[in-house]
Design a protein. Structure first.
Length: 318
């Protein structure tokens, strides 16, 4: 399955696609009322992303811009986001109100998620110390070394295969304001090589004292992740736990049920799963009756057979 379409909202603001060169300034909304999406074509682009961004800076009062969505840049399947990041950092003095940034908002028609080439994104967080929301789609070449950021409240790394060093970098970071963490761990077919043990710093509850929404999803080791989460200290302070989009089966779900109580959660998201009907029933009886909203999918995902071996797949891979 391919990843979702373009973002519709960022920082609580509707996404507005900055027009092509033929657009007029009269058509533009007020700068602080939308999340501005800046993009070019991946293939045969008539403008580079940096040229589109320059037009944007000339047409809009950037001092009022609160959210930016970086869409496709030219040759994103083989050229990293480095020039995009350089352009953003060069303009940071013109973006004093920027609070949210998403890097790599592309659909599968533009570039499959595992083809989107990124790089070391930490300079963006260093360059925008007031940033409250930061998201990245694509993990080819992605680096996220351990860092400190005092304002960041939401971090999302969407991938078909998140490298272990990125997972460890997030876990080793100091993000005291972080409330929402969303990691798409992915599959080894597309570069995922982390283990449940790599999540230990996150699950300990020590690193991110304000964490309320934890998503560790789209993983081919979802059962192992669920088992680690079952006894994780961080769970006691969560409002939302999301283990969806991966290969979760009865083993992981039973581990969750046998671990610490989950009845304090507002929501447990397990959609795209491989659960049997009896385990679904146990989850419903234990959690829904306690007032927890739970997403189990009506039918779950379907296993497939490959050369006599039954296989499961994550929701988003290529």
């Amino acid at each position: 399955m391919s990843h979702a379409g373009h973002l519709k909202e960022l920082y609580g603001l509707p996404v507005f696609h900055f027009p092509e060169a033929s657009g007029t300034a009269a058509d533009l909304p007020r700068p602080g009322t939308v999340a501005w999406r800046i993009a070019t074509e991946v293939y045969d682009a008539e403008e580079t992303w940096e040229e589109v961004f320059a037009r944007f800076c000339a047409a809009v009062d950037t001092t009022e811009v609160r959210a930016l969505v970086v869409g496709a840049w030219q040759d994103a399947y083989e050229s990293s986001s480095s020039k995009v990041m350089e352009a953003l950092l060069a303009a940071r003095g013109r973006l004093p109100a920027l609070r949210a940034l998403f890097l790599g908002d592309m659909t599968s028609e533009e570039a499959e998620i595992s083809w989107i080439t990124q790089g070391d994104v930490s300079p963006l967080l260093a360059g925008f110390p007031a940033l409250e929301e930061f998201g990245v789609r694509g993990s080819q070449g992605l680096r996220f070394p351990a860092l400190r950021h005092d304002a960041l409240r939401a971090l999302a790394l969407e991938s078909g295969g998140l490298p272990a060093d990125v997972v460890r970098g997030v876990g080793a970071s100091e993000l005291p304001a972080l409330e929402h963490l969303d990691l798409w761990l992915g599959t080894s077919w597309y570069g995922a090589d982390s283990e449940a043990a790599d999540l230990a710093p996150i699950l300990s509850g020590d690193r991110f004292p304000n964490l309320r929404h934890l998503a560790l999803r789209n993983s081919e080791i979802q059962d192992e992740v669920a088992a680690a989460v079952a006894s994780a200290p961080v769970v006691a302070r969560l409002d939302v736990l999301d283990l969806s989009m991966g290969t979760l089966g009865d083993e992981g779900a039973v581990a969750l049920l046998g671990g610490q109580p989950l009845t304090h959660l507002k929501k447990l998201d397990l959609h795209h799963n491989y659960l049997s009907d009896p385990v679904r029933q146990r989850l419903t009886e234990t959690l829904v009756t306690a007032g927890v909203e739970i997403d189990l999918d009506p039918d779950g995902a379907e296993e497939y057979e490959d050369e006599g071996t039954v296989e499961r797949y994550v929701s988003v891979g290529e």
